[in-house]
Design a protein around this ligand. Structure first.
Ligand SMILES: *Cc1c(COP(=O)(O)O)cnc(C)c1O
Length: 392
């Protein structure tokens, strides 16, 4: 099908919930994509931080194929090897105690919220179930994770929402303390707010929050759905903030493109959820777990250092453009936010796309770059030269 045919069928048969780019992607290799009309693009999106190993990665594809030919799915009423293999790679590398596997970021955060509330209920009884989240955060699109999301415009259309969330300003301890109370069981935050505009938290602030959580026995819940699995140059971003969460959620990059997510708990929380308390039909699916093992095996210390270097290279390259449209550059590793001025962020994204570079937007004025972690020097340079052409 060509783009016009695909677009017509989408308009006729599919709910119009996305503001889509006006191209249809057909295939890719590494960090390069081609649309249905044969046009080539350098990809600075990875889906949205999902395709950590790029496109058509042979080890990844073979692991999925081999597992599909062996056992594509079986219920969680049985043990299987792939999910325990993945768990035994992920849990020690994160410095955590145990993992739950689901399918998406929102589902991961739901599980994290359930665990925090049950922990508090088991220990203190009723009335201590509020979770503090940050303004400009994003935690997902289920009813509860929408409520957890600290952006008012997400709280308008889908009443009634569950209770038990309060919001504080990021990087502001006074704001956090002003919404603290006896009813709080945890604080939930992203180390770098992704959808909110690639806003990194300050290290001092994160450490102060972690200390407060310890003092009050609140759980520290870190949403690493976007920042996790090597994106920022360490397995998880919190590893660069000098804190250890009680629970951490992950999703996007874990299986390199298959739907997969979950959360890790520390020793303190590992027995909160027991048989029957939580579950997922597809969670820990053998093919997705096999893909996740390939991703985890790829994230060696050397590879992660490369991610940091590539991130620095791109940030310096963008700085060196001295573009009048750039107001600032933020982020860590291959999670980069470029503040846009003098043009709408979406207009800049469209102009880059027309010249053959795919990028994302975030917040109200940010161009967000999440290239595949395996992006090559040549692909980075190609992307930078397109940025130079459009933004100088
Ligand atoms: C994308 C994202 C989510 C939601 O993930 P889904 O897989 O779309 O449900 C939650 N939290 C953060 C930080 C995200 O970036």
């Amino acid at each position: 099908m060509n783009f016009a045919e695909i677009k017509a069928l989408d308009a006729q048969y599919v709910l119009q919930t996305y503001g889509r780019n006006q191209i249809a992607i057909d295939h890719g290799k590494g960090a390069t994509l081609w649309d249905t009309e044969g046009k080539e693009y350098v990809d600075f999106t990875s889906g949205i931080g999902v395709c950590s190993l790029g496109y058509a990665n042979e080890k990844w594809a073979k692991a999925i194929y081999d597992q599909a030919m062996k056992l594509g799915h079986i219920s969680n009423l049985f043990y299987t090897e792939p999910y325990v293999r993945l768990a035994s790679k992920l849990v020690p590398a994160a410095g955590m105690a145990a993992v739950f596997f689901g399918n998406s970021g929102a589902e991961a955060n739901e599980g994290m919220i359930k665990t925090a509330r049950k922990y508090s209920h088991d220990k203190y009884g009723q009335g201590r179930s509020t979770i503090i989240t940050l303004n400009h955060s994003f935690h997902g699109r289920t009813i509860t994770t929408l409520k957890a999301t600290g952006q008012d415009h997400y709280h308008e259309n889908f009443y009634p929402f569950p209770e038990g969330f309060r919001y504080a300003d990021a990087n502001d301890m006074d704001s956090l303390l002003s919404v603290a109370g006896d009813d709080v069981c945890g604080v939930m935050m992203e180390m770098i707010q992704g959808e909110g505009g690639v806003n990194p938290l300050n290290k001092d602030y994160v450490q102060a929050v972690a200390k407060l959580c310890q003092e009050r026995n609140w759980l520290l819940l870190i949403d690493e759905v976007q920042t996790g699995i090597g994106r920022t140059g360490t397995l998880f971003a919190y590893q660069q903030f000098g804190v250890q969460p009680d629970i951490v959620s992950f999703a996007k990059g874990i299986a390199g493109g298959l739907p997969f997510g979950g959360f890790l708990t520390n020793e303190k929380c590992r027995r909160v959820l027991g048989a029957g308390d939580h579950g997922s039909t597809f969670g820990g699916n053998p093919m997705a777990s096999a893909a996740g093992c390939v991703v985890m095996d790829t994230l060696t210390p050397d590879f992660l250092q490369e991610v940091q270097k590539k991130g620095e290279y791109l940030r310096k390259g963008i700085e060196a453009l001295h573009s009048p449209y750039v107001s600032g550059i933020r982020g860590m590793g291959l999670m980069i936010g470029v503040g846009v001025q003098g043009m709408k962020h979406s207009e800049l994204r469209d102009k880059l796309m027309a010249e053959g570079l795919l990028a994302l937007t975030a917040g109200s004025d940010t161009l967000r770059l999440l290239p595949p972690l395996v992006i090559s020097q040549e692909e980075m340079d190609k992307g930078l030269s397109i940025m130079a052409k459009v933004m100088k």
